[in-house]
Design a protein around this ligand. Structure first.
Ligand code: NDP
Length: 334
């Protein structure tokens, strides 16, 4: 067996926008699993906006340190240790080809359909869309649901789930191509461009009945714009704030909090997908079924090779991904 493990380290914490020189490549010997551990070979690496947020400060996990293997969610297979070889697992192995991890820290996966979907539509993004929309946003048939980051990994699923719930769906995305994709292929009723200087006017035109649920993936000025358009008793689902991740100096705000929350009786609620951990298996089954029968379309943006990961993350933060961005580190387990 190949005894070498290629890794990518966080070389330096960025002070401003992330750049290639913030990463460093290293090759080490593959580790040996000790008692209670497993050695995993990584097949797929998830590229997430949160990867950048973890560099910046305390989020729902500790801040990343300079010199450590870049953190990231992965899918792979056990090749030795305390679980049967060949077990397909979801784990946080980070940006490397092999990882020794506590057996308790890896999650065996029942593969349904394409393995890569377990990082996206039937993985964290699908679950985030599902619980964020249905449990936090609680849309009712006929209501208008708006989602930002709409052509991204989570957003394109939120919009489709809202359609399945009988809502009018409007996406906010960053290019004309993405807007076409949402309206022509994914069934969004309308979509607007957050880079337009007339975003507020465009959104108002796209939502003649106002906004009942706003699923916020981006924070910042887009969130601020939507608040003024929310209907009485609307719900703002705070899923993330990607517009504020690629900086060491996030903007304060948004303005309108608490003013609009009070005057429109809004509920603004954040969540982390792990809040719903106990409910994941049922949601995974439903998402996989909708995917299999075509009610849900999962967009994937596959990038080849571990060493492509830094550019893949930098590009994602600038919006060059469509759907779930994944780096293929090695072949799928057989
Ligand atoms: P995406 O695939 O949506 O990628 C990020 C997208 O954000 C880009 O494609 C880009 O699209 C958009 N974007 C970047 N900068 C800006 C900006 N300044 N203003 C508006 N949009 C911008 O990522 P994910 O689906 O993985 O993540 C979406 C959000 O969900 C993130 O905030 C993430 O942290 C959060 N999340 C939260 C979870 C939870 O448990 N709460 C779990 C998983 C994710 P565009 O071209 O449209 O600009």
């Amino acid at each position: 067996m190949n005894r070498l493990n290629r890794q990518i380290l966080l070389a330096e914490r960025p002070d401003g926008p992330l750049e290639l020189h913030h990463f460093r490549e290293r090759t080490v010997e593959i580790g040996e699993p000790g008692p209670g551990q497993v050695l995993c070979r990584i097949a797929l690496l998830s590229i997430d906006p949160a990867n950048r947020a973890w560099m910046q400060g305390r989020t729902y996990r500790d801040q990343l340190s300079e010199g450590e293997v870049m953190a990231g969610f992965t899918l792979g297979e056990v090749i030795a240790g305390d679980l049967p070889p060949g077990t397909v697992v979801a784990c946080e192995a980070g940006w490397q080809e092999y990882a020794v991890l506590p057996a308790a820290a890896v999650r065996p996966v029942t593969v349904r359909g394409e393995l890569s979907h377990h990082l996206g539509a039937v993985g964290v993004n699908g679950l985030t869309a599902y619980f964020g929309l249905l449990e936090v946003g609680r849309p009712q048939p006929g209501e208008t649901v708006v989602v930002s980051g709409a052509a991204g990994a989570t957003g394109h699923l939120v919009g489709q789930l809202a359609r399945l719930a009988g809502c009018r769906v409007v996406g906010i995305a960053g290019s004309a191509d993405k807007i076409r994709l949402l309206t022509e292929q994914l069934g969004f009723d309308a979509a607007v461009n957050h880079r337009s200087t007339s975003l507020r006017r465009d959104l108002r035109a796209a939502c003649p009945e106002g906004l009942d649920v706003y699923f916020d993936n981006v924070g910042g000025s887009v969130l601020e714009t939507t608040l003024s358009l929310m209907n009485q008793r609307g719900r703002v689902v705070c899923c993330g704030a990607v517009s504020q991740y690629d900086t060491s100096n996030p903007a304060p705000g948004p303005r309108g909090v608490p003013g609009y929350l009070v005057s429109k009786s809004l509920r603004m609620e954040g969540f982390i997908v792990t809040d719903f951990h106990g409910l994941w298996p049922n949601a995974e089954r439903r998402l996989a079924r909708w995917l299999a029968d075509g009610r849900l379309i999962a967009l994937q943006d596959m990038v080849e090779g571990l060493y492509s990961a830094p550019a893949a993350l930098i590009g994602l933060l600038k919006g060059d991904n469509v759907g779930k961005r994944i780096v293929r580190v090695g072949p799928d387990p057989r």
